[in-house]
Design a protein. Structure first.
Length: 122
């Protein structure tokens, strides 16, 4: 349950610049969230990847009002693990859920984060 809480609970540091934000996952932030437990980090990242894929499927078939809620959930999960690009693009979808360009940007950010996570889990 700790992994689920970490994966989907927004951190207290929303809006603070992340030192390693140039990567799909900010390891410094993730390490702080998991108290340096490497096996927990992997578990949290795997949960995020599965949930992000599921939320993307829901976004593609949802109406704009549902998209706002789904994008909000995605943003919170991304902030919790330090996936800043996913969080930024999810915020864009949340603000304008009917914009196809924002949906495409979010899909690209999610795929980039998923591939990064897959590489880490090998």
């Amino acid at each position: 349950m700790t992994a689920l809480r970490i994966a989907f609970e927004a951190p207290d540091t929303i809006g603070i610049a992340c030192p390693s934000a140039s990567r799909p996952i900010d390891f410094i932030h993730l390490s702080q969230q998991t108290m340096g437990d490497k096996s927990l980090e992997i578990e949290v990242l795997q949960i995020f990847a599965r949930q992000a894929r599921q939320l993307m499927q829901e976004l593609s078939s949802g109406v704009p009002s549902a998209r706002q809620n789904i994008a909000h959930r995605m943003k919170g999960a991304a902030l919790a693990i330090g996936a800043s690009a996913v969080a930024r693009t999810a915020a864009d979808v949340e603000a304008t859920p009917e914009d196809a360009g924002h949906l495409a940007s979010l899909a690209a950010a999610v795929i980039e984060a998923e591939l990064f996570i897959l590489k880490l889990c090998r």
